[in-house]
Design a protein around this ligand. Structure first.
Ligand SMILES: Cc1ncc(COP(=O)(O)O)c(C=O)c1O
Length: 414
């Protein structure tokens, strides 16, 4: 029912829709449903005992500061630890270049606030992370998109898109959400060079980089950018802003992410963040630091990698076993998702309704596209949140729904 309030909402709220994924997740709450829909980490891997010890230690030793207001930039020891950890991936950043955010979702919102005027175009991958589109939509973003393939965003098609003068590019180089693909090393270099040539900054979103299950780690865009700049004319401010998070390595409920950016960008982001939430929870930051310190985080990430690798393999094996040969899927080297392409006669939204009847859920692909209507033949499957035997059973059920739609292409309404 419409109330007078909806006439009072600001113009910028008009472009906002509720997340399709959040709505779908509500439908998948029944305990009998095997859900490949969310991007949820495995809860049985949360290091609960370590959190218990850390909370007790913080309360005993640092309660007055951990329960107090903090600086907007974030808890200094945590910023320092993040800077040190990133150095292992070649990212040279001082703690001053790191801003702690309330999840990297807040980082995306702050980036939107910082860079987007209504009508500005943002260059995104097709498909891309839905949450980024939601964050940028509020600021009146328009989009240009460049398709991905098995080697990430197709850089040979980038130049044409760059000519339309986007304000920035939003790129997910590692184990992309939703595609599961990784940007090849040669393409990383091309992308950074093109960005530099056209003067277009890059937002590099990397929540999954540490969750690699095979192959070598590839250089982040921020590292390639910095190397290029140093080679050309000594140190300058970089063209890349880098985002990451503790959501997939410690726990998403912490709501802790971070931004790495040049000092003048950090200064402005700090002002914007003050208006949003003053600072990210001091308690969460101090506890996360105590949990992660002394090498625990590395050890824990090793364990997560092992479990998720098994789950990825279980999903790939089950797809091979049950799915018809007309269906294809990506083979992610890390992360949480794989991306399935169905034959042309299958319509994913109708398939979703039937899959739910088989007690299995996924996310239909169309929500991940900023432009056009390309997602109807795709589905995103998450493999981190269910053990291997459930994954196999879920894929078996899903294959029944897929096969029935291939024979009966008419959309089914619920
Ligand atoms: C690509 C990408 N960016 C950002 C986020 C937001 O993560 P956080 O929990 O840190 O807000 C996610 C969450 O799934 C994601 O997949």
């Amino acid at each position: 029912m419409s109330t007078p309030w909806i006439h009072r909402f600001a113009k910028r709220t008009k472009a906002i829709k509720s997340s399709v994924i959040r709505e779908l997740l509500k439908l998948t709450q029944r305990p009998e449903v095997i859900s490949f829909a969310g991007g949820l980490p495995a809860p049985e891997l949360f290091p609960i005992e370590r959190f218990q010890q850390a909370c007790q230690r913080v309360l005993a030793e640092k309660a007055t500061s951990a329960l107090q207001y903090g600086t907007t930039e974030g808890y200094a020891p945590l910023r320092e630890m993040i800077a040190q950890n990133m150095a292992r991936y070649g990212i040279v950043a001082a703690a001053d270049n790191v801003l702690i955010t309330s999840g990297s979702q807040q980082a995306l919102d702050l980036i939107g606030k910082l860079l987007i005027n209504p009508g500005d175009r943002v260059l995104v991958e097709a498909p891309t992370y839905l949450g980024a589109l939601q964050a940028f939509d509020v600021y009146g973003a328009e989009y240009a998109s460049v398709p991905i393939d098995d080697n990430g965003v197709q850089t040979e098609r980038l130049e044409e898109a760059l000519r339309c003068g986007p304000k920035f590019m939003y790129i997910l180089p590692n184990f992309q959400n939703p595609g599961g693909v990784t940007l090849a090393e040669g393409r990383r270099h091309q992308l950074v060079l093109l960005a530099e040539r056209y003067g277009i900054p890059i937002i590099e979103d990397d929540p999954y980089g540490q969750l690699r299950y095979e192959g070598e780690h590839l250089p982040p865009l921020i590292v390639i950018d910095r190397e290029n700049l140093q080679r050309d004319d000594g140190y300058r401010l970089g063209n890349v802003i880098y985002l990451s998070t503790f959501s997939k390595t410690l726990a998403p409920g912490l709501r802790l992410g971070w931004i790495v950016a040049p000092p003048d960008v950090i200064t402005k982001l700090v002002q914007l963040k003050q208006g949003a939430d003053l600072h990210t929870s001091t308690w969460a930051q101090v506890v996360a630091y105590e949990v992660a310190c002394d090498g625990f985080l590395d050890e824990h990430v090793r364990k997560i990698r092992q479990v998720y690798r098994e789950r990825r393999d279980a999903m790939l094996a089950a797809l091979e076993e049950f799915f018809p040969p007309e269906v294809t899927w990506t083979h992610p080297a890390g992360g949480l998702f794989l991306w399935v392409t169905l034959p042309e006669d299958v319509e994913c939204n109708a398939l979703f309704a039937d899959a739910l009847r088989q007690d299995v859920a996924f996310v239909p692909g169309d929500s991940f596209y900023a432009t056009g209507d390309e997602g109807g033949r795709h589905m995103r499957l998450n493999f981190s949140n269910a053990p291997p035997e459930q994954i196999r059973e879920g894929i078996r059920r899903l294959s029944i729904a897929v096969r029935s739609h291939m024979k009966r292409p008419q959309p089914i309404t619920v």
